[in-house]
Design a binder for this molecule. Structure first.
Ligand SMILES: [Zn+2]
Length: 389
């Protein structure tokens, strides 16, 4: 130390200001200037303190030097235990928290305590997650390793229900959408291919890819799911997320039936990605214009005969021409209105025409649906044809 220099005073750790100027500071320097010298760019200097602004540089909170003399000085964290504060933010799952479980799995703020042998036995991907090296490197809590996974607690609970209760898979009915979605996500992610195939079969029946299958399907769209029925957008989002491609055109059509306000909802879970939304709105507009045009063709140009049925308004021998014109207008109105809703559902003319004439109109409409609308469904999501999916 140079002679004459002030005696070095030990500065307490944690109070060393950063960016001190090399030259001594004049004691009369105004505080505002001092602050700008010491800490030129802290937010406190720039903005007036509209609210309390605490800006503590990380270096001012340095840890005291640890002095460990015995093993008992080590904190639980240093042992690899989970910090108490983390424990306080998590809750045990109501069902899948077994006292005799040997491993804990954390999903968000939910903790499952399960048996590693049972979980590992069910899937090779879960076996990897619970492999001895993974467990050894995991933090410990009360002597059990704690593994964190990225799934939601709801999804993971459904996965565990599937693993622990085999009867759960022997279901005859399609489960409600929430459980179905969890099962699809979890079986895909963790490689339960046989279970996933069963779920996909459920979808194949309700989200057909061929006109013939659509015509013979007993239940279509979201109606396959148990109660409560999901929003069609939620189904579409799940199928997009899980890449169930074959089902997408029909799912997009079912979502499109909700109209632009339902399609463009911003609610979580049912909000659609914007390109998907735009594509469906555009495609549904095309389908509706096409079918409106077809309706006029069916009524005025094509199939209608001079009906021999006495009670039918289309019997030109009994009814005056103007009555027939009026009837044709009503028929075309029914068909145009249909083109604004679910084009693919069956037409109904009530008592407007006789059964034979109604059937004739229905056949014409069905042919248009089969040849035009069905071929157009892939375009709702930008595909040119069903073959391209
Ligand atoms: Zn008739």
């Amino acid at each position: 130390m140079a002679a004459g220099a002030p005696a070095e005073v030990e500065t307490p750790v944690g109070f060393i200001p950063q960016n001190l100027p090399a030259a001594p500071i004049d004691i009369n320097t105004p505080y505002s200037v001092l602050r700008s010298i010491v800490s030129p760019s802290t937010p406190c200097d720039v903005e007036p303190p509209s609210e309390t602004c605490v800006n503590i540089p990380a270096t001012t909170v340095s840890s005291p030097t640890l002095s460990i003399s015995t093993i008992s000085d080590l904190t639980p964290t240093e042992f690899g235990e989970v910090e108490h504060s983390q424990e306080q933010t998590t809750a045990h799952h109501d069902t899948f928290y077994f006292e005799d479980g040997n491993v804990e799995i954390v999903c968000g703020d939910t903790v499952f305590r399960v048996h590693s042998t049972i979980i590992s036995y069910s899937s090779s991907k879960l076996r990897d997650i619970l492999s001895p090296p993974s467990l050894l490197s995991a933090p410990m809590l009360e002597g059990r390793p704690r593994i964190t996974v990225s799934d939601s607690a709801e999804d993971f609970a459904v996965l565990l229900k599937m693993i622990y209760t085999p009867g759960f898979l022997g279901r005859k009915k399609v489960p409600n959408f929430s459980i179905f979605a969890s099962l699809l996500r979890m079986t895909t992610k963790y490689g339960f291919s046989d279970v996933r195939e069963g779920l996909v079969e459920d979808l194949e029946a309700a989200y057909p890819t061929k006109w013939e299958d659509f015509e013979t399907a007993k239940i279509i769209g979201k109606n396959i799911f148990g109660s409560p029925k999901p929003h069609p957008n939620a189904v579409l989002n799940l199928l997009l997320e899980q890449r169930v491609r074959f089902a997408l055109p029909f799912a997009a059509y079912r979502a499109g039936l909700g109209g632009s306000s339902a399609l463009s909802t911003s609610k979580p879970g049912i909000a659609l990605p914007r390109p998907i939304l735009a594509s469906i709105i555009h495609g549904m507009g095309e389908i509706r214009r096409m079918m409106t045009h077809a309706a006029y063709g069916i009524v005025y140009v094509g199939n209608l005969r001079v009906c021999p049925e006495k009670a039918c308004v289309l019997n030109v021998g009994i009814n005056p021409a103007e009555r027939r014109v009026e009837a044709l207008k009503k028929i075309s109105d029914v068909m145009v209105k249909k083109s604004e809703g679910d084009v693919l559902s069956s037409l109904s003319f009530g008592n407007l025409v006789c059964t034979d004439c109604a059937n004739l109109l229905k056949y014409g409409h069905r042919d248009c649906c089969k040849e035009l609308v069905w071929a157009k469904l892939p375009s709702l999501l930008g595909w040119e044809s069903w073959e391209g999916i």
